[in-house]
Design a protein around this ligand. Structure first.
Ligand SMILES: [Zn+2]
Length: 120
């Protein structure tokens, strides 16, 4: 499930509360974990897709659309069943675990990996 970050509105607190819930249950305001004040959602300007929602389509691991079928078979044979967008060749990354497997399979490094993400 996606994680959402909220910044406390209380100037003396200003702590970040992290909540994990489904996108359907998403809200833009919550109660600060630290002081109980109103906390508003922090919108990430970078890496919005990977931090705010799964699944997402990954540009970096895209293949040529003509290779989608072969690549899906290759990944399935490696134990990493993956759906592709047939039009643009981008793989659908379902969750962190799936992402880590794909990165390992392709030998990619993520220099600013988050907690629980493969970094090399
Ligand atoms: Zn607070």
């Amino acid at each position: 499930m996606p994680k959402y970050r909220y910044l406390c509105n209380n100037r003396r607190c200003r702590k970040v509360t992290v909540e994990e819930h489904s996108m359907a249950a998403h809200k833009t305001v919550t109660e600060c974990d630290h002081c109980g004040s109103v906390a508003r959602q922090l919108y990430e300007t970078v890496r919005t897709q990977s931090s705010a929602g799964w699944p997402y389509y990954c540009d970096a691991m895209a293949v040529h659309p003509a290779q989608v079928h072969a690549e899906a078979e290759r990944l399935a044979a490696a134990g990493i069943p993956t759906q592709f967008n047939a039009r643009d060749g981008r793989p659908e990354v379902r969750d962190n675990q799936h992402r880590n497997k794909l990165l390992a399979f392709y030998g990619y490094h993520d220099k600013d990996a988050c907690y629980g993400q493969r970094s090399g």
